[in-house]
Design a binder for this molecule. Structure first.
Ligand code: AMP
Ligand code: MG
Length: 490
């Protein structure tokens, strides 16, 4: 059955049209008693969708997968991926469907995707379902990332299915509608390259170029240029994560996009105390995806993308490897450049007349030794610029250990402009509110028990992360309950 839902959706499904072989047409499992838990009205508006229609019973049936809107062509996408370093040749969407593509108000093409919508041909042993907690978690963290200005896929809605899913216990199930600039992954290229069908690989690359990196098309070597642009987008993205204290937790190649958006929020979390070895995920035993490893892992994943692209880069395999290796080798420098620019903004040094890279580069090791709360530390620096260094000193175990650094930073920041203006600019990049682990847990536990009030309160706080508001101290405070562990429990 299809449904018109007013004139809300105008689909134009290029992935299905152009990339046969990289998906299976499929339909969602019926949800017995759908109930809307969260609707992202701002995002609906951005997409030109009518939020009231989406929240109606007909709209909810679309969001949970019970009805297929006019023009949608639901498919399960196929991809492979290196999971914790081990290659899985055929992953694909085991419990998700690409509904189709729409144009947002700005004219950009966006995927609408259902996650938790039942088993697909790629489900392997999985049940195809998702518990409500992890779907709301993806909603929370994705929206927080968006509010922080970090490229990300976003949740349009979460709908409870009215059915329990079996994990350690029975949990209420849900479907999340995800919006992404595409769902092309490094793993999509790995899968296609492994098929050995160079024509399909070229079609995929041309498609990705047109959709995400159109300037590459006119380069001398479009596919090498495409690789370089993906690499640059990822260098920028990972720098943003590192500047925000974000640990993705499962940076498998199937969870890395071609667009440069963060995708697949599973066992992710934000740092409390700054420690590069931080791992939150209960299954990351080898600490492969520890906070401080993320840039290296990104480069490793990009090497897998380069391998997949080799047949397109040059007919001569040696020449292809040499060209791709050269581009790959630029990752550390690009990453560090983005990171350093971001750090200079966090430290109020953007306008400094005497930029001092060492002020930036020396800081992480100094604060690691202090085990200082990452978010609170950076936020407290603007008060120091305004003349009050008590807040930052109060966060440090041994404030005198930072005296030498502080003297150099104070001198540099004094050259950056009028202190009030510099401090205000710092407050626009150093958030007060991030998704604190205990606040996220509290919201998801309450939601699982049927109380959505803490979730909505948290969403309100996270929507304006840079604006300190009275009465929200609990949302800015770090956890007090010891080391935090996230469970894939997806
Ligand atoms: P993720 O860890 O969410 O990136 O998922 C890795 C792979 O496992 C993807 O192919 C997912 O579609 C698949 N997957 C995860 N959970 C399930 C599930 N409950 N049922 C079927 N497939 C799943
Ligand atoms: Mg994934």
């Amino acid at each position: 059955m299809t449904v018109a839902l007013g004139t809300s959706f105008t689909f134009d499904n290029t992935y299905v049209r152009e990339l046969e072989g990289l998906y299976e047409p499929w339909k969602a499992a019926p949800a017995p008693a759908p109930r809307l838990l969260a609707l992202n009205e701002e995002l609906a508006d951005e997409l030109g969708l009518d939020a009231a229609a989406l929240g109606s019973p007909e709209g909810i049936d679309v969001l949970v997968g019970n009805t297929v809107p006019d023009g949608a062509q639901p498919v399960a996408q196929v991809y492979s991926g290196h999971q914790f370093g081990n290659y899985s040749p055929r992953l694909g969407d085991g419990r998700a469907l690409l509904l189709g593509e729409v144009h947002d108000r700005a004219g950009n093409r966006r995927d609408l995707h259902l996650k938790g919508s039942g088993r697909t041909p790629f489900a392997r042993g999985g049940d195809g379902k998702a518990p409500l907690g992890p779907m709301l978690r993806e909603y929370v963290i994705g929206e927080a990332m968006h509010a922080l200005g970090i490229p990300t896929t976003r949740a349009l809605a979460v709908v409870a299915t009215g059915e329990d899913v079996a994990r350690d216990t029975l949990l209420p199930g849900a479907v999340m509608t995800r919006v992404a600039s595409s769902h092309l992954r490094v793993g999509t290229f790995q899968y296609t390259a492994a098929l050995g069908e160079v024509a399909l690989l070229r079609r995929l690359a041309d498609y990705a170029i047109a959709r995400h990196h159109p300037d590459a098309a006119s380069a001398d070597n479009p596919y090498l240029s495409f690789f370089e642009r993906v690499l640059d987008a990822q260098a920028s993205l990972i720098a943003r994560w590192m500047l925000a204290g974000f640990v993705h937790g499962v940076m498998n190649t199937d969870n890395m996009t071609i667009s440069g958006e963060t995708i697949d929020y599973g066992p992710c979390a934000y740092l409390d105390a700054y420690d590069p070895s931080t791992v939150f995920s209960s299954i990351d035993h080898a600490a492969r995806y520890a906070f401080g490893n993320q840039p290296r892992v990104a480069q490793w994943n990009l090497a897998r993308l380069a391998e997949a692209l080799l047949p397109l880069i040059d007919d001569d395999p040696d020449a292809a490897v040499a060209a791709a290796t050269e581009v790959l080798g630029t990752f550390p420098e690009r990453y560090h450049g983005y990171w350093r620019d971001g750090m200079r903004a966090k430290l109020g040094l953007t306008g400094a007349t005497e930029p001092d890279d060492a002020i930036v580069d020396d800081l992480p090791a100094l604060i690691a030794a202090q085990k200082v709360d990452f978010t609170a530390f950076y936020r407290s620096l603007s008060a120091a610029v305004r003349g009050d260094d008590a807040p930052v000193r109060s966060l440090l175990v041994d404030p005198s250990a930072l005296d030498g650094w502080t003297a150099r930073w104070t001198a540099a920041v004094a050259t950056a402009g009028e202190p009030g203006a510099v401090a205000d600019a710092m407050d626009r990049v150093n958030p007060v509110y991030i998704p604190r682990n205990q606040r996220v847990e509290e919201a998801l536990t309450a939601a699982t028990g049927g109380d959505l009030a803490p979730f909505h309160r948290l969403m309100d706080v996270l929507a304006r992360p840079f604006e300190e508001r009275a009465g929200l101290e609990d949302y800015a405070a770090p956890a007090e309950f010891g080391p935090y562990t996230t469970f894939c429990g997806t």
